[in-house]
Design a protein around this ligand. Structure first.
Ligand code: ADP
Length: 389
C-alpha cells in the first residue's frame, strides 16, 4: 500500500509534512475558482489537455482543481503518480509513461486514462514541506524544455501563494467568528441590565418619557444586532433549536406589520391569501418576515412595500416587495451569505447577518428562500414553508 512499483512513497518526514499540510486547512476542501484558473492557465501555457492540483495527506490524494479529469475529488495516495512526485523538490518529468520502468504497467497508463506524458511540480511550503503538486498530463508522449520546467515550478509557487492567501483569509474569518462569539456573549448581560434600568426609569420619571423612549429604541436596535451576532454563531455551529407550534400565518403577518409600522410609520400593504395554518417556529418565522420588511424600509426608503402570501400545493409562499434601487445581478448569488453586504461603503448597511439568519431559519424549516431583483426596479424577497396537514 505504501509503494508504487516497489518504490517507497512515504518520505521520512511524512508526519511533519502532513502536519504542515493540515495547517493550511485545504485537503478535502471544496473547489475554488482561483485554483481552477491556475489549472486552465497551465493547460493553455503548456498545450496539454489535462492538468490538476493535488494535496496529499497520510493516505489520500485530494484533487483541489482539475481540467479534463471530470472533477474527481480524491484518490488513494498510492493510486496516482503524485505520491512519487512529492518525493522530490524538482519537477518530476515522464515523457512516455508506457516506456517507464516503474509506471509502464500502471492502470493509468494501460487503462482508459492512457497517460503518456506526465509532469509534476511540487507545491512547497515556505518551511520546506512538499504538500502537493501541480501536474500536466497528455495522452501523447512529449517533453518539457528547461525553461518550461522552470515555468511549471513557478506556477506551483503561485499555487502555494494562493494556498497561503486562502489560509490567511480563513484564519481572519475564524478570528472574526471568535470575536463575534465573545462580544455577543459579553454584551447580552449589560444589555439586559440596561433594558431593566430603562423600564425602571420609565415608571419613576414619566416626565422624561421622550428621552427614555429614545434610550429604549437604541437598546432595542443594539439588542437586535447582538441577537443577530449570537444567532449567526449558533447557526454556524448548527445549535439553533426550532420550537414548532401550529399557528395562523395571517395573524403572524399582521403582527409583523404592527411591529414594523410602529417603528417606521410607512406604507405597508398586505395582499394575497395567508389564511393558512402552518407548523413552524412562529418567533423565528416572524423574525424572517420582520427582517425582510426592515431591509425594505432601510434599503428602499420611501418606497411602498407589499407583503404577498400565496397558497400553493403543499406549501405557502410569502413575498416582500419594494420599489427601491434593487440589487445588482452579480451580487444576487451572494446575498444570503454570512456577513455579506452588497454595498459595504453604504451608510445604511448593518452587519450583513440578517439575510443569512433568515435563510438558515427557512432552510431549517424545509423551505426555500430567494430574491428577484432588477436594478432600479426594486426587490422581491420570497420564501416558502411547508404547510401543515
Ligand atoms: P445588513 O442589512 O445587516 O447589511 P442583510 O443580510 O439583511 O444585512 O442584507 C445584506 C445586504 O443585502 C445588505 O447589505 C444590502 O446591501 C442588501 N439588501 C438587503 N435587502 C435589500 C433591499 N430590500 N434592497 C436593496 N438591497 C438590499
Amino acid at each position: 500500500m505504501d509503494t508504487i512499483g516497489g518504490v517507497n512513497i512515504i518520505p521520512e518526514n511524512d508526519a511533519e509534512r502532513v502536519a504542515a499540510l493540515e495547517r493550511y486547512q485545504i485537503a478535502g476542501s471544496r473547489r475554488e475558482t482561483a485554483f481552477d484558473s491556475i489549472c486552465r492557465l497551465a493547460c493553455e501555457l503548456f498545450a496539454v489537455p489535462f492538468s490538476h492540483i493535488s494535496f496529499l495527506d497520510a493516505d489520500t490524494e485530494h484533487i483541489k482543481a482539475d481540467v479534463g479529469l471530470g472533477g474527481i475529488a480524491r484518490v488513494g495516495r498510492a493510486e496516482g503518480f503524485c505520491a512519487l512526485a512529492i518525493l522530490q523538490s524538482e519537477v518530476m518529468l515522464i515523457e512516455d509513461a508506457s516506456r517507464h520502468a516503474i509506471l509502464a504497467s500502471h492502470p493509468y497508463v494501460t487503462g482508459e486514462l492512457m497517460i503518456r506524458f506526465y509532469a509534476a511540480a511540487p507545491v512547497i511550503t515556505p518551511d520546506g514541506f512538499i504538500i502537493g503538486t501541480l501536474c500536466l498530463i497528455d495522452q501523447t508522449p512529449r517533453g518539457l524544455t528547461d525553461r518550461e520546467q522552470a515555468l511549471l515550478q513557478h506556477l506551483a509557487r503561485v499555487v502555494m501563494e494562493q494556498t497561503e492567501l486562502r489560509n490567511d483569509n480563513l484564519n481572519l474569518l475564524q478570528q472574526r467568528d471568535q470575536f463575534i462569539e465573545v462580544a455577543s456573549h459579553e454584551m447580552r448581560t449589560p444589555l439586559t441590565a440596561l433594558k431593566a434600568a430603562a423600564q425602571f426609569l420609565d415608571k419613576k420619571h414619566p416626565e422624561d418619557a421622550g428621552i427614555i423612549a429614545q434610550v429604549n429604541k437604541s437598546v432595542q436596535r443594539l439588542s437586535g444586532m447582538v441577537n443577530d451576532m449570537f444567532d449567526a454563531i449558533r447557526l454556524k455551529e448548527k445549535t439553533f433549536d426550532l420550537n414548532r407550534t401550529a399557528f395562523s400565518l395571517q395573524i403572524l403577518i399582521n403582527n409583523c406589520r404592527d411591529y414594523v409600522q410602529l417603528a417606521n410609520k410607512k406604507d405597508l400593504m398586505i395582499e394575497g391569501d395567508s389564511d393558512v395554518n402552518i407548523i413552524a417556529d412562529a418567533v423565528k418565522i416572524e423574525r424572517v418576515i420582520v427582517n425582510l420588511i426592515q431591509n425594505a424600509f432601510k434599503y428602499a426608503p420611501g418606497s411602498p412595500i407589499t407583503i404577498h402570501a400565496e397558497k400553493l400545493p403543499g406549501f405557502v409562499k410569502v413575498k416582500v416587495t419594494d420599489h427601491g434601487p434593487g440589487i445588482p445581478q452579480d451580487k444576487l448569488p451572494h446575498i444570503f451569505r454570512r456577513y455579506y453586504r452588497s454595498d459595504p461603503s453604504g451608510v445604511q448597511t448593518g452587519l450583513g447577518l440578517g439575510l443569512y439568519i433568515a435563510a438558515e431559519i427557512v432552510k431549517q424549516h424545509g423551505g426555500e428562500i430567494g430574491v428577484d431583483s432588477q436594478p432600479g426596479d426594486g426587490c422581491t424577497f420570497w420564501f416558502t414553508l411547508p404547510v401543515s396537514i
